[in-house]
Design a protein around this ligand. Structure first.
Ligand code: TMP
Length: 210
């Protein structure tokens, strides 16, 4: 990798974990450290990806086959990497992404029960060696997350799932964190914002000064 290569940071979490507000905060920390940052999301981040997002999250295809869902996630990701993530990193920009492939292991793997090996095959195909440099996992008990998320409007196709699905998602995320301790930092997202952001400060300080 050349000296100019940017860093790739992803943020993950279950429903109601406070991803949006904390993403804004993380972005401000990266910018304050003087790094140009591209802020993007999955599924989405490109015109094609955003259309695929509508197919995945909308209600026009509620009975979508699990494999179709998995492949659409990776189709959007392939476009996102080719058009957006890789070029930005190669320009020396940092990339801050709202969800990435850990979400596929958690939602399609843990939630839907698709095989990890199958996801790993697609990951290798679509990403080659590209992996995030740092992942912040906003973790909190499912009941708390669902009650926080419940106050929002119209649920999307995933938000309509039952608590047992989100429990499997959470467990899959925590297994990923255990398997990749150098990359994934678990942030306890249950307490108030100040305490959550203090944990983010610590994780980002270590990373920004590393
Ligand atoms: P959100 O980013 O606004 O939370 O919505 C994206 C939804 O898509 C969320 O419910 C998680 C889901 N998702 C997957 O199921 N697999 C994936 O690979 C990604 C990136 C997201």
């Amino acid at each position: 990798m050349s000296q100019r290569y940017g860093r790739f940071i992803t943020v993950e979490g279950g429903e109601g974990a406070g991803k949006s507000i904390n993403l804004d905060y993380i972005r401000s920390l990266i910018e304050a450290a003087g790094h140009p940052v591209l802020f993007t999301r999955e599924p989405g981040g490109t015109p094609l990806g955003e259309e695929v997002r509508e197919l995945l999250l909308g209600h026009r295809h509620t009975g979508m086959a699990d494999d179709a869902e998995l492949l659409l996630m990776f189709a959007a990701r392939a476009e996102h990497i080719a058009r957006c993530i890789r070029p930005a990193l190669e320009r020396g920009q940092w990339v801050l992404c709202d969800r990435f492939t850990d979400a596929t292991y958690a939602y399609q793997g843990g939630g839907r029960g698709l095989s990890e090996a199958r996801i790993a095959t697609l990951e290798q195909w679509v990403q080659g060696g590209l992996r995030p440099d740092l992942t912040l996992l906003l973790d909190l008990p499912v009941e708390i997350g669902l009650s926080r998320a419940g106050v929002r409007s119209e649920p999307d196709r995933f938000e309509r799932e039952q608590a047992a699905f989100f429990q499997r998602v959470r467990e899959a995320y925590l297994r990923i964190a255990e398997a990749h301790p150098a990359r994934v930092t678990v942030i306890d997202a249950a307490p108030g914002l100040e305490r959550v952001q203090a944990q983010i400060d610590r994780a980002m300080h270590g990373f920004l000064s590393g």
